[in-house]
Design a protein around this ligand. Structure first.
Ligand code: ATP
Ligand code: MG
Length: 575
């Protein structure tokens, strides 16, 4: 490719909403254009990198025996009703009607479609295992699409689904995919960690996320400083457990007038007490039933753990009318003592650790002090509902948890029969008995992986691509376009590198040397080869390695083998 012909432009200004480096740089380098919030056009440089990531994914999955399929983006509601998710997937699912008034959605994930497809073909245990994957656009109507390709509404995902006869073989499939993911992200040249993860809307009871380590990551990862434990903070177990309060020193309950103080912060300031002295009481709607959730005032409720503790399909905050109905007070004054209506109470262990706490009185403008777990109220369920924190002790050993920021680029889930059972994806065993297939599902955000590579690898001049997924591996920069011999040398080198299979681009634009160097750094080609008239006279070219900034003059004849060898090492290919 010659840059003069490339569909490409670089831009100086970036839009204000581009807050993270990958978004800013991809925008400046003319790799993406926004069509609508969270919806992007991928221009040639972006498409090339995406295709390379896709090729790595295909190669590694095929090594594990996965087969590629392609399923529709548009999915009929009937399948989602069958799995049960039509009711609780929430507003991320973009639903619409066709001209016959039939309900459809744009696929945010494909468990329903694939389980239905496999059910139509599965008969006998002899056919299994199967592991099917596709690379395709997904649509999720995210509340806050942001950070460019990191959190789009339409995005490219590789999704795979395994079908096995029992839990044991399904877990073999799971760990095979775990290994495939490790190989994929290694080949992409990324520094990452696989961590224990929550299962969210997808469900199931075992999951790992693959997290690319980067400052701008939205996820907090906690890892042990002395063993291999690592988990998303959503999932990481906290060091608390339920404890029994001693009755000694328990005060009597006392109602306090607290007008206009609703938040824990406001009321703590008003009563001159620590936030940790309070019981935070929040009403949720969980699978259509109101539930009161309690946690110590300085901690936050971890909705993912809440969902898991109740084996719920979804958890949502209750609106003011529900709060009023249950507590008899306006929002901000709920508490476990004296509720107007009986509801289920689930409490974090933290409220059992402390005496004489303060909570809402279920009476507008009032709080109650001297509230003690066990004496004044109890919970139907006590569980770990908080987020683990850096410095907490490791749940596996005596080490301490350290924090890192991460970008979730992939996730693997063991699903069991969550989808195969309701969708009747069954096989007959050798005695002719019917069983639901045991499933796993496995996603990789292809666009997010590309963005994460930039988040992890850039400097003030631009992107620094890992060679395996760079839009082009090398650029040739003829510095004087008015000199025949420079153009000729550039053309010759271009042909020679191409012949060796190097993915090379030639900057044949009639521009100043400084302009070309700047552009080359912005795009971040791993190898930059400058051809200047003066050094050419001495039979030399200048080769710059973008990653280290190192520059080397070398004889024209040496360049080809140097570039080839360098790229092989960078791509992790054995010599
Ligand atoms: P997140 O927690 O970031 O919202 P998720 O856990 O809901 O993501 P999965 O259902 O696990 O996402 O989807 C598989 C992969 O698809 C994710 O690991 C991620 O790389 C990618 N992905 C998910 N949502 C988006 C998005 N809005 N934009 C880009 N990629 C996404
Ligand atoms: Mg995920």
């Amino acid at each position: 490719m010659r840059i003069s012909q490339l569909f490409y432009q670089t831009l100086k200004e970036v839009p204000r909403e581009a807050q993270v480096p990958s978004h800013q740089l991809m925008f400046r380098a003319g790799m993406i254009q926004q069509l609508a919030a969270g919806i992007y056009n991928y221009l040639p440089l972006a498409k090339k990198s995406l295709s390379k990531i896709e090729t790595i994914i295909r190669e590694e999955l095929e090594k594990k025996g996965c087969q590629e399929v392609l399923l529709p983006v548009v999915q009929p509601s009937e399948l989602w009703e069958k799995s049960g998710r039509w009711g609780y997937y929430g507003p991320e699912l973009l639903r619409f009607k066709d001209r016959k008034n039939g309900d459809f959605c744009l696929g945010p994930t494909h468990e329903e479609v694939i389980t239905d497809m496999v059910a139509k073909q599965l008969k006998s245990y002899k056919q299994l295992p199967w592991n099917l994957f596709q690379i395709q656009s997904k649509f999720r109507d995210e509340v806050r699409p942001r950070f460019g390709l990191m959190r789009g509404r339409e995005f490219i995902m590789k999704d795979a689904y395994s079908f096995d006869i029992d839990e044991e073989s399904s877990k073999v499939a799971y760990w095979k995919m775990y290994d495939a993911y490790t190989a994929i992200f290694n080949r992409c040249g990324l520094k990452f960690r696989a961590v224990d993860a929550a299962t969210g809307n997808i469900g199931g009871d075992m999951s790992h996320e693959f997290q690319v380590l980067a400052q701008s990551g939205e996820d907090l990862i906690l890892s042990c400083d002395s063993c291999d434990y690592a988990a998303n903070s959503e999932k990481a177990v906290t060091p608390r457990s339920s404890s029994e309060l001693s009755t000694e020193g328990m005060e009597a309950m006392e109602e306090i007038h607290t007008p206009a103080a609703k938040t824990i912060e406001e009321i703590a300031a008003l009563l001159k007490r620590e936030e940790a002295d309070f019981i935070k009481s929040i009403v949720y709607i969980i699978d259509e039933e109101p539930v009161l959730v309690l946690i110590r005032g300085d901690l936050d409720i971890n909705e993912s753990k809440l969902q898991t503790a109740l084996s719920a399909n979804g958890v949502f905050l209750a609106d003011d009318a529900v709060v009023q109905d249950i507590t008899g007070a306006s929002t901000g004054f709920a508490g476990p003592v004296g509720l107007k209506k009986k509801v289920r109470i689930i409490a974090d262990y933290s409220v059992t650790e402390k005496q004489n706490m303060v909570s809402g009185s279920n009476k507008t403008d009032y709080h109650t002090a001297g509230v003690n777990y066990g004496r004044d109220y109890s919970a139907d369920i006590l569980a770990d509902l908080s987020f683990a924190q850096p410095g907490d002790s490791c749940p596996k050993c005596s080490g301490k948890l350290e924090d890192h920021r991460g970008i979730e680029v992939g996730q693997v889930f063991y699903l069991g029969t969550k989808y195969s059972k309701p969708m009747e994806c069954n096989y007959l065993d050798k005695d002719g008995k019917s069983h639901p297939a045991v499933m796993g599902c496995y996603g990789i955000g292809v666009g997010r992986t590309m963005a994460a590579a930039i988040e992890q690898n850039h400097d003030e001049d631009g992107m620094i691509w890992p060679a395996a997924i760079a839009p082009y591996e090398a650029v040739i920069l003829p510095l004087q376009m008015n000199k025949e011999e420079v153009i000729e040398a550039a053309d010759d080198l271009y042909a020679a590198l191409k012949a060796e299979g190097v993915d090379v681009i030639l900057d044949d634009r009639d521009e100043r040397a400084g302009f070309k160097f700047k552009d080359a750094d912005l795009i971040g080609y791993p190898v930059q080869i400058a051809i200047g008239a003066r050094s050419l006279e001495a039979g030399e070219l200048e080769v710059k390695i973008r990653k280290t900034g190192e520059k080397k003059n070398m004889a024209v004849a040496e360049v080809k083998s140097f570039v080839e060898a360098y790229l092989k090492v960078e791509k992790g290919i054995d010599q």
